[in-house]
Design a protein around this ligand. Structure first.
Ligand SMILES: [Zn+2]
Length: 234
């Protein structure tokens, strides 16, 4: 069953999305209370390193398998990730927004604490082979999550020596960075026409001036939104 989740994101916006809630995918409860995230600095992409889950049931089974691994074999509080995403494009709630993950790792205890306190973790349900490719739906779901989280977009391998999340995701992050820079360039391109002083009676007409202002305000809002997304780290 899909339950609509209401979240207040890091940017204090309320969003309602089709995220499969913990109850809906049959997650076990967390053993102890979650620690809260600190100031959010971005989203980190992981892979599960299991064979790619095909279809909703296989995705749910894999979420459960990862939770078992983390809670039973590793003795952790809960599944390490804030969210898990399958090739169907479905997002499964792990620790959710606002709670600290246990996925990021680092080269020292201090680094690990910092990385988990400040970064949201999402895990793609695949990656047993280096050549595994995430679906367009999985990419779109992670894009959406990134828009909610803001800040930096990073692969796990940017924190420590690891293959996670694989070359396909690393390449995707690089491409996303290029696209964001291009969009930013386009957004900042206020043309001479936008600002021109047309001659004739329409130039002093309030509607004409309002229209020009609307165009410029829309462009500025677009720039502001792009800047909110911030840096993408490869
Ligand atoms: Zn990872």
């Amino acid at each position: 069953m899909v339950r609509l989740c209401r979240y207040v994101t890091a940017r204090m916006e309320v969003v309602i999305v089709k995220i499969i809630s913990r109850d809906s995918w049959g997650a076990k409860p967390n053993k102890t209370k979650f620690s809260k995230l600190g100031e959010v600095k971005g989203l980190v992409v992981h892979w599960s390193a299991y064979p790619v889950a095909i279809g909703n049931q296989a995705e749910i089974d894999q979420c459960k398998k990862i939770q078992r691994l983390h809670q039973e074999d590793r003795g952790w509080n809960d599944v390490a990730y804030n969210f898990l995403v399958g090739d169907t494009g479905q997002i499964y709630e792990g620790r959710g927004f606002g709670n600290r993950s246990a996925a990021q790792g680092g080269n020292s205890r201090q680094e690990i604490n910092y990385n988990n306190k400040h970064y949201v973790a999402v895990c793609w349900l695949g990656g047993s082979k280096p050549e595994d490719q995430p679906s367009a739906e999985a990419r779109a779901a992670i894009s959406w999550l990134y828009e909610q989280v803001g800040g930096e977009l990073r692969p796990h391998s940017s924190f420590k020596q690891t293959d996670c999340p694989g070359d396909a995701w690393r390449q995707w992050i690089i491409e996303k960075k290029t696209a964001t820079i291009d969009e930013l360039k386009k957004a900042t391109n206020i043309t001479a026409e936008d600002l021109s002083n047309a001659s004739g009676p329409e130039m002093v007409h309030p509607h004409f001036i309002q229209k020009k202002l609307d165009i410029i305000i829309a462009k500025l809002e677009n720039i502001e939104n792009k800047l909110k997304l911030g840096r993408i780290i490869q």
